[in-house]
Design a binder for this molecule. Structure first.
Ligand code: 2BA
Length: 109
């Protein structure tokens, strides 16, 4: 058995939940926050048999979409000038970041 941890964008979370249900894949969705953008994303914990790992990764691929986001960062143009200018930085946020972990035990009561 493997545990798939998939971090996807909030905007895609409902679609992925529905796709997993339709394909009889059990999952837990956690609300998470990206360390860099500090904005909300969603982390899915999915326990699956080894032979379904590739299938589930494909389902995640179908549901998630890469997007360009912009963050505003202050930039001091010149230390001698007491002024700060904000400029947007373009960040490409991936469709999904996926970890596949071995599962030593699985208990379900
Ligand atoms: P965030 O940490 O908010 O990162 C959002 C996007 O910002 C990243 O997209 C990447 O394009 C950019 N980014 C992140 N750290 C950066 C840095 N130090 N310098 C420049 N740009 C940076 P993704 O790579 O697609 O990541 C999307 C989300 O997946 C991340 O949100 C984070 O929540 C998670 N993630 C990505 N890699 C991870 C890892 N190795 N471990 C744990 N979580 C990870």
């Amino acid at each position: 058995m493997k545990m798939i941890m998939a971090i996807i964008q909030d905007k895609d979370a409902n679609r992925l939940s529905n796709i997993l249900i339709d394909n009889n894949v059990r999952a837990t969705k956690l609300s998470s926050t990206g360390g860099f953008l500090k904005s909300g994303n969603a982390t899915f914990i999915i326990g699956v048999e080894d032979h379904r790992v590739e299938e589930v990764i494909e389902l995640i691929k179908v549901a998630s979409k890469a997007r360009t986001e912009y963050i505003t960062s202050p930039l001091t143009m010149d230390m001698s000038v007491d002024a700060q200018f904000a400029y947007p930085i373009e960040v490409e946020v991936g469709g999904a970041t996926i970890f596949v972990l071995p599962v030593e035990g699985f208990y379900h009561f």
